[in-house]
Design a protein around this ligand. Structure first.
Ligand code: FO1
Length: 310
């Protein structure tokens, strides 16, 4: 049984739960790269790194990103030179960006260098960028016009009012053979509890991605990042309201459209009916590693109960 998982940062926790359940080599995680950007001449890929650090046990658990116990001496030295230091890259984290940038400059694809880094850290599952083409999520805001993603998310702490989003480079991007193979061989496809507009939209926006997913007659299940009208973490609820959507799990299900045939949302919203999909409600808030494994197990058991009726 192989799984395929499209994750943003919100998805890393459940991916961690699944990685504890699914046999080595049977879980492939397709990751958003719209948050990627250049800083100090280095290629930073936050969602790939969050999954890599989470699955290798290196992640700073307090943030969900960066390396646990990291120091920031390099950043302090950058500051002494008068450089911008609003993006908190730790000294150990720099090693990842240096090696990735060196490999990209040598001509390696992002898929290749991601495999090298995750294998070196002993990760038994496969982490794939959604495409090898460079993609840049742009956030058009009322107060500051169009912002690069990390300027919006980190420097401006996602406070500007969002008017629209676009994903630079997405039209020219293509699905890698590795991603296509993962989708075609998956017995189950899950979409993590990620921000649909920031983390899932870029993945679904890669030309051919939606069709490749919809073509698979297997469980294609999304997990709601909205619980009781709130986001567990990050700007999802604020952004949905600013874009004029009703902030609810139902809106998230509608966003996915025919990409999914199943939807999981939190027991707090159990009174909410969502038509046209197989649905289940669980306690979806993951506070501990144990919570991650329990939710992953519940989702595995639920889709397994679909049986041949598909
Ligand atoms: N997020 C922050 O809110 N502040 C930071 O200083 C920050 C640093 C950082 C460094 C490396 C990395 O891989 C991620 C980092 N993030 C930081 C998180 C990152 O901006 C977000 O995880 C994603 O881009 C949002 O999906």
């Amino acid at each position: 049984m192989s799984w395929c998982w499209s994750a943003g940062v919100g998805g890393a926790k459940l991916a961690h739960g699944l990685a504890q359940l699914v046999p080595p080599g049977r879980l492939t995680i397709i990751v958003n790269t719209g948050d990627d950007f250049w800083m100090y001449g280095l290629r930073i890929c936050p969602d790939l790194d969050t999954l890599t650090y989470t699955l290798s046990g290196l992640v700073n658990p307090a943030n969900g990103w960066g390396v646990a116990g990291d120091t920031f001496e390099t950043l302090a030295a950058m500051k002494r030179y008068g450089e911008d230091t609003w993006f908190g890259i730790g000294d150990r984290d720099f090693a990842t960006h240096l090696l990735r940038t060196q490999a990209l400059r040598r001509g390696d694809s992002l898929t290749t260098v991601t495999h090298k880094l995750t294998s070196a850290l002993g990760i038994a599952h496969t982490i794939l960028p959604m495409t090898d083409a460079p993609i840049a999520t742009k956030v058009d805001t009322v107060e500051r016009g169009e912002l690069d993603f990390q300027i919006y998310f980190v420097q401006q702490r996602w406070q500007p009012t969002v008017k629209a989003l676009r994903y630079d480079g997405i039209e020219a991007a293509s699905i890698t053979p590795e991603v296509r193979r993962a989708i075609e061989s998956a017995d189950v496809i899950l979409f993590g509890p990620s921000n649909p507009w920031l983390s899932i939209a870029p993945i679904l926006g890669v030309p051919g991605m939606r069709d490749a997913l919809i073509a698979r007659d297997v469980p294609r299940v999304a997990l709601s990042p909205i619980v009781g009208g709130e986001a567990i973490k990050g700007p999802a609820a604020k952004m949905m309201a600013e874009l004029g959507y009703d902030v609810s799990a139902r809106t998230v299900a509608a966003y996915y459209g025919d990409v999914i045939n199943g939807f999981v949302y939190d027991a707090l919203d159990a009174q909410m009916t969502i038509d046209g999909l197989r649905t289940a409600t669980f306690d979806t808030i993951m506070r501990t590693d144990e919570d991650r494994a329990v939710l992953a197990r519940r989702m595995v058991d639920w889709v397994s109960s679909w049986g041949d009726s598909g």
